[in-house]
Design a protein around this ligand. Structure first.
Ligand code: G3P
Length: 223
C-alpha cells in the first residue's frame, strides 16, 4: 500500500518525502485554509515540486461546468496534479468529461459503494472513501474500503482506492489488510507508525551492553 500525506503543510510534506515513504499528497479546501492566507496556485505548485507522485487539488465550484473550467486551470499548475472532485451528481458529470480528456480525477467525499461504482464507471483515476467520517456517524468506514476494493478487483477496474479520513494507525493497518491501493494519512499518524516501545527498549539495551563490554570503541575512525 502506498502512502500519501493528507495535508498542505510544506514542512510535513518535505519530511515525509525525505523519509522515503510519501509518494503523493491529498489536499482539500479545509487543509489549504489551515496554512494561512496563501495564494492557492503558489502553494500547490510548491507541493507538487516536493512530491514525486500525484497531488490531489480540489475544485471549489459546485456545478459541473465550473468544476471542469477549474480543473482545466489546475492541471496547468504542475505535471503531477490530480483534480479532486466531490461525489455529487455535478461532480460525476465533471468526472466523465475530464476522464475523456485524460485528466486524472480523484473522486472525493465518497461515503457509499454506489458512489464508488458511478465514479469508477465515469472514469475516475482514484476513489476516496472517507473512513473516519463514516466511523464518526456510527458506520463502519473500513467496510466501505473493503467493499470498493472487492468491487474494483472483481470487475477488473483500473480505478484505485485511496483510504481517506484516516485518524489513527489502526486505520492504516486495516486499510492495508483491505487491499487499499493507497492510504492518505495525517502527518502525526505517519510519525506514530514507526513507533514501538520494544524498539526503543532494544536500542537502549544494545547501547548499554556495548558500552559495558566495548567501552568507547566505535565504528568510524577517530579524527
Ligand atoms: O482526505 C480526507 C481528509 O482530509 C478528511 O479527514 O479527518 O477531516 O475527516 P477528516
Amino acid at each position: 500500500m502506498h502512502l500519501f500525506l493528507d495535508t498542505a503543510n510544506l514542512t510535513h510534506i518535505r519530511h515525509g518525502v525525505e523519509l522515503g515513504v510519501v509518494t503523493g499528497v491529498t489536499t482539500n479546501p479545509s487543509l489549504v485554509s489551515k496554512e494561512g492566507k496563501r495564494e492557492y496556485k503558489a502553494l500547490v505548485k510548491e507541493i507538487c515540486a516536493l512530491v514525486p507522485g500525484p497531488v490531489s487539488t480540489e475544485v471549489l465550484s459546485l456545478e459541473s461546468s465550473g468544476m471542469v473550467a477549474e480543473a482545466h486551470e489546475i492541471v496547468t499548475w504542475a505535471e503531477n496534479i490530480t483534480v479532486k472532485i466531490p461525489a455529487t451528481l455535478e461532480g460525476l458529470r465533471a468526472t466523465a468529461i475530464l476522464a475523456k480528456e485524460n485528466v486524472p480525477v480523484n473522486m472525493t467525499l465518497c461515503f457509499s459503494l454506489n458512489q464508488a461504482i458511478l465514479g469508477a464507471e465515469a472514469g475516475a483515476t482514484f476513489i476516496s472513501p472517507f473512513v473516519g467520517r463514516l466511523d464518526d456517524v456510527g458506520e463502519d468506514g473500513m467496510k466501505l474500503v473493503i467493499d470498493i476494493v472487492d468491487y474494483l478487483s472483481y470487475y477488473g477496474c483500473s480505478t484505485q482506492v485511496i483510504a481517506a479520513s484516516i485518524r489513527h494507525t489502526a486505520h492504516c493497518l486495516s486499510a492495508a489488510k483491505a487491499g487499499a491501493h493507497i492510504a492518505t494519512i495525517p502527518y502525526v499518524v505517519l510519525l506514530q507508525m514507526i513507533e514501538h516501545p520494544l524498539t526503543d527498549t532494544g536500542v537502549r539495551r544494545f547501547t548499554d551492553d556495548w558500552q559495558k563490554g566495548m567501552g568507547d570503541a566505535c565504528i568510524l575512525p577517530r579524527k
